[in-house]
Design a protein around this ligand. Structure first.
Ligand code: HEM
Ligand SMILES: [Cu+2]
Length: 568
């Protein structure tokens, strides 16, 4: 087998510590890869909890005037579901992937602040436990937006609402520390030669994700602190009868809430920009446009929060401004979609499961974007606000933008994390079940909304076609859940019996493939100098030029990996 030919000057080899094993190694670890895996496992557990809550709601809604679930429980279920999915799944799941892969992608040996990194994880877990502990008493029931007066002590006297507040505090702090860490790592620890213009696109989006978190999270932390003092310490920030203002909550919540949407989906955009070129076997179309559009989206995201408040008493001229700036966001988003299609265009496409999830994402997200354009017209929103049309819209955007891209990331990166490939047959089965299940569940909800069914109701009368439409939606939800289950089974099976992956099973472009699967504690024994956005391609070409032979795999530097770690 060919040995690694250094195409470029090398940085001195690095001695590694012996890798510690056993369960204590997990709770004491500061290794970004272990922390990444803990993040991923934890967030997937919450995803399953949130999904179960969703299925219970869909069961209740499967038939008109159903009495399976009482109204109070239904309120608790949608509150737990929305909160779990957003704060305990989508936001931290990206921190999980970024933890594992960001240092590898930029050629670093760990995050900038490894101990703080561990703290971020433990704060997330604490937030989740505090929140879920409330199910043993009374869970919160004021929705994931917790508007006062619903969330006030008068309407929500139970500790569940306080648990919700602590969840925001703890996961918010976790996210902020994580974001500072990602930012510092990207700014200071890139391999030699990796200028900003050579940063992998996923890393660009993690950078923007971090900046959004740093600006948005403190605002909601402040907002919930005021809610806490209103509830327990006699203040009246949100109580209009005492000189407070309910609008204060709405403004603070959505000043955070809209950027939050991009916190949840930008890393997914980055993921798609990594995966498409690998499986279309050509360079990404418009690297600079994709990177710039992420930054533009982030900037605009702070101007449009009031489109979530179109029915609140706000001057018309402000509404018009918010409507126009919301449209402006469609431009950079359109640029991305255009570039992804450009990347696929006339590529020799390999239809891997990861690629299917990316293409499924583009299709679904596009529909979510279009219903968003409807909702951004404020007179239209006055009609559709609080209806099932909105439920359809958020799920197209979030399931498409976050869940489908997360699944793409799982299929793409699983071999790197475990050393084994997942089954493509089960992967494709899972994709098609999820794709069709998703469309059955949520496409029809646009019609349910247009027919006038409000959201957050536990039952509906048997009028028109509501019963049929809701039944279709419920059946779809179970097909979707089955699809998710297939991936879980696939992952559990492949960890043990999957085919051995090798360092670079996809012939990919970025540095995380320039090491063993899974990587050793030190990630790389030698860190190469970077000369383009596609370093692996450079290595391949360089070796082929020197040896005059075509190669399938770039040999990773001798001594890298487990063998090196245990031989010391
Ligand atoms: C697994 C498939 C899913 C199903 C079947 C599902 C179903 C539901 C249902 C039935 C509701 C309540 C609608 C209402 O009564 O107003 C809901 C609300 C919601 N869902 Fe999902 N959902 C799923 C996944 C997700 C994901 C992945 C996210 C976010 C990333 C999400 C975010 C939300 C939010 C924010 C709400 C609003 C909660 C509130 O009204 O306070 N859902 N979903
Ligand atoms: Cu928004």
């Amino acid at each position: 087998m060919a040995t690694y030919v250094a195409p470029v000057p090398q940085i001195a080899a690095h001695k590694v510590d012996r890798e510690s094993r056993g369960w204590t190694s997990w709770i004491t670890t500061t290794d970004h890869k272990k922390i990444g895996i803990m993040y991923l496992v934890t967030t997937f557990v919450f995803f399953i909890l949130g999904g179960t809550e969703a299925l219970l709601m869909r069961l209740q809604l499967g038939a008109p005037e159903n009495t399976l679930i009482n109204p109070q429980t239904y309120n608790e279920l949608f509150t737990m579901h929305g909160t779990t999915m957003i704060f305990l799944f989508v936001v931290p799941v990206w921190a999980g992937f970024a933890n594992y892969f960001l240092p590898l992608m930029i050629g670093a040996r760990d995050m900038a602040f490894p101990r703080m990194n561990a703290l971020s994880y433990w704060l997330l877990l604490a937030g989740g436990i505090v929140f879920y502990a409330s199910i043993f008493w009374t869970p919160p029931s004021a929705g994931w937006v917790s508007y006062p007066p619903l969330s006030s002590i008068a309407f929500s006297p139970s500790g569940g609402q306080d648990a919700w507040i602590y969840l925001i505090h703890l996961t918010g702090l976790s996210s902020i520390l994580g974001a500072v860490n990602f930012y510092a790592t990207i700014a200071n620890m890139r391999a030699r030669g990796m200028s900003w213009g050579r940063l992998p696109l996923f890393v660009w989006t993690v950078l923007v994700y971090s900046i959004l978190i740093i600006f948005a999270m403190p605002v909601i932390a402040g907002a919930v602190t005021l809610l806490l003092t209103d509830r327990h310490f006699g203040t009246h920030f949100y109580d209009p009868t005492q000189g407070g203002s309910q609008m204060l909550w709405q403004n603070m919540f959505w000043f955070f809430g809209h950027p939050e949407v991009y916190i949840m989906i930008l890393p997914g955009f980055g993921m798609v920009s990594e995966i498409l070129p690998v499986f279309a076997k050509k360079p990404v179309f418009g690297y600079k446009a994709i990177a710039t559009s992420s930054v533009t989206i982030a900037f605009l995201a702070f101007l449009v929060w009031a489109h979530h408040m179109f029915t609140a008493p706000i001057p018309l001229v402000v509404l018009a401004f918010v409507m126009m700036s919301s449209y402006l966001i469609a431009v950079p988003t359109g640029v991305k979609i255009f570039n992804w299609i450009g990347t696929l265009w006339s590529g020799s496409i390999e239809y891997s499961t990861a690629l299917l999830f990316c293409v499924g994402f583009i299709a679904i997200f596009l529909i979510g974007g279009i219903s968003g354009v409807f909702l951004a017209v404020f007179p239209v929103d006055w009609q559709l606000n609080e209806s099932y049309f909105v439920v359809a819209h958020i799920h197209f955007v979030l399931m498409g933008g976050a869940v489908f891209t997360v699944f793409a990331a799982v299929y793409y990166w699983f071999p790197k994390m475990t050393g084994r490939l997942m089954s493509e047959t089960l992967g494709k089965l899972s994709f098609w079940l999820m794709f069709w299940g998703f469309l059955f569940t949520f496409l029809i909800q646009h019609v349910i909304g247009l027919d006038g069914m409000p959201r957050r109701v536990y039952e509906y009368p048997n009028v028109g076609n509501l019963a049929l439409y809701n039944l279709i939606s419920t059946i779809g939800a179970f097909i979707l859940a089955l699809g998710i289950l297939v991936t879980i089974i696939n992952a559990a099976r492949s960890v043990k019996v999957g085919a051995i992956a090798g360092p670079d099973p996809w012939k990919a472009n970025t540095l995380e493939w320039f090491t063993t699967s899974p990587p050793a504690v030190n990630n790389f024994d030698e860190i190469p100098v970077i000369r383009s956005v596609e370093p692996m391609k450079d290595f391949r070409r360089e070796i082929e030029r020197r040896t005059g032979q075509r190669i399938e795999q770039v040999p990773v530097p001798a001594g890298s990996g487990e063998a090196a770690a245990s031989s010391l």
